[in-house]
Design a protein around this ligand. Structure first.
Ligand code: THG
Length: 264
């Protein structure tokens, strides 16, 4: 399971304030705690107004890569921002994201092809987020066709089923799991990721919903998540679920985590 740490995101109040005040120490603390907890990549999202976003994201990139070794997942709705941020990273980044929105695809796909970097593929287009599993799969089929044409192999793709909140839609969990299962069947070489904590937006004691969904999504075929690796008990649960699903040879990772005192 590849963990992309979600915490350096300007939609969070604490991060928005740190960006505004250029408070590097706060951002460094978020970077270190996520890497210590097991993050393989760190998502960086400035979440600020379009006229400041690129400068803010580049500051985040520079701040984070000064203090930790892991690669970054560049998260921006703006292709010009992604372009500038790519030239500021010192390790091959993951790009978050391409989607079926034509302008974005045209702008971002060439960058990904040129760098051969891993890329998140979102199941949405100019009409927004589709309601049904089939509509999501149709968009993904269109996008995988485009990435293959551009010379990007499926193992570079992190397909995102678009995880929604159960507080606004009862079947958000089932739709996510069904979409994951179908993607896994149709694209065996591609990875599957998504914003795990989206599921619990607007619910009390969010960690339980995130935990329940993590286990179900792993079983359905998810092999990466944008998540908070520091959330209590999340890492032991993840390691245990991988043991149960036969994805941890000889329980090596689980036993190693135990010996390192990471299972509490
Ligand atoms: N897919 C892709 N990228 C994504 C998402 C996705 N990037 C952003 C988001 N979704 C994943 N990242 C987060 C980051 C924070 C939270 C959820 C998802 C979160 N924050 C709390 C809140 O907003 O209520 C914390 C509040 C705070 O601490 O201030 O839940 O789906 N490709």
């Amino acid at each position: 399971m590849m963990i992309i740490g979600e915490k350096i995101n300007g939609t969070r109040k604490q991060v928005a304030a740190a960006i505004r005040e250029r408070d590097a120490a706060s951002i460094e603390a978020l970077a270190r705690e996520q890497v210590e907890a097991g993050a393989d990549y760190l998502d960086v999202n400035a979440g600020t107004e379009p006229d400041r976003e690129a400068d803010d994201l580049i500051w985040l990139v520079q701040t984070v890569q000064q203090c930790v070794e892991v690669p970054l997942c560049l998260d921006s709705p703006n292709s010009a921002t992604l372009k500038r941020a790519i030239s500021a990273v010192d390790q091959l980044p993951m790009i978050n994201s391409i989607s079926g929105e034509q302008e974005r695809l045209e702008q971002v796909l060439p960058l990904v092809a040129e760098q051969q970097c891993p890329v998140i593929v979102l199941a949405l287009d100019q009409a927004g987020i589709p309601q049904t599993v089939d509509d999501r799969l149709n968009i993904i089929a269109h996008l995988v066709n485009a990435t293959r044409q551009a010379g990007i192999s499926d193992d570079k793709l992190y397909i995102d089923p678009l995880i929604m909140a159960v507080s606004t839609s009862d079947d958000a969990g089932l739709i996510a799991c069904e979409t994951i299962r179908s993607i896994r069947r149709q694209y065996p070489l591609a990875h599957i990721t998504g914003g795990l904590s989206n599921m619990s937006f607007g619910s009390p004691v969010r960690k339980y919903i995130n935990q329940a969904f993590l286990v179900l999504a792993l079983e359905a075929g998810m092999d990466s998540a944008i998540m908070d690796p520091c959330s209590p008990d999340m890492l032991p649960l993840l390691l245990a679920a991988e043991v149960v699903l036969g994805r941890d040879r000889f329980c090596n990772k689980y036993n190693r985590a135990f010996r390192a005192g990471k299972l509490g």
